[in-house]
Design a protein around this ligand. Structure first.
Ligand SMILES: Cc1cc2nc3c(=O)[nH]c(=O)nc-3n(C[C@H](O)[C@H](O)[C@H](O)COP(=O)(O)O)c2cc1C
Length: 180
């Protein structure tokens, strides 16, 4: 299976990006091909013509998303929602094939105690509206600045296990959908 992991921000030094790399490693360890789709959106994404006539820089990122058997969003909470840069990327996905019947899983990360619940649920709302197959087992993590050690691993072994378990369950979910 081909799993695309999307860190939901382009912020330099993002902890979501760090977490996305850990999640990606779990899928790789399970024997799946992986792609870390960093939202390094250039100015081409802001061009008014980008929706109808996307430049190659836009198409290249969009095509990587479309190649996914399953997409894992690692979503930081920004101002009580998910980051604008992620919505801009989503708005460049072709309709309906961007999300339609595409399995999606969600991990939320926030500095505060709400553990990115709103961010994930807002994003789930968009994915669900676009007919994604939403994997119901989500992972929520708060107090982001306390969660990583010097080697960029999760400090709490139970959290690391939750991320790993989500990977195991998500690939089973995708496989079950493929047999239908
Ligand atoms: C623009 C911006 C807005 C943020 N808004 C919130 C917020 O509403 N609630 C919260 O708990 N943390 C908020 N944070 C903190 C992030 O959730 C925190 O940095 C976390 O580590 C995940 O984001 P990161 O991937 O950028 O590190 C915000 C951070 C930024 C940069």
């Amino acid at each position: 299976m081909h799993i695309v992991v999307v860190p939901g921000t382009n912020r330099a030094g993002s902890l979501s990006s760090m977490l996305a790399k850990l999640a990606l490693a779990d899928y790789a360890a399970l024997g799946h091909s992986t792609d870390l789709l960093e939202l390094a959106l250039g100015p081409e994404f802001l061009e008014p013509e980008a929706y109808k006539k996307p430049k190659p820089a836009v198409t290249a990122l969009v095509d990587r998303f479309l190649a996914a058997d399953g997409v894992v969003f690692v979503v930081p909470e920004y101002n009580g929602s998910y980051p604008g840069v992620l919505k801009l990327f989503i708005d460049m996905l072709p309709y309906p094939q961007g999300f339609d019947r595409r399995p999606c899983a969600f991990i939320g990360l926030s500095a505060g105690g709400f553990q990115a619940l709103r961010a994930v649920e807002h994003l789930q709302g968009v994915a669900g509206y676009r007919n994604a197959f939403v994997y119901p087992n989500r992972v929520f993590i708060g107090e982001s600045h306390k969660q990583f050690d010097a080697a960029n691993r999760l400090v709490d072994a139970r959290l690391a296990e939750r991320v790993r378990n989500q990977a195991v369950g998500f690939v089973q979910f995708i496989a079950a959908l493929k047999t239908r």
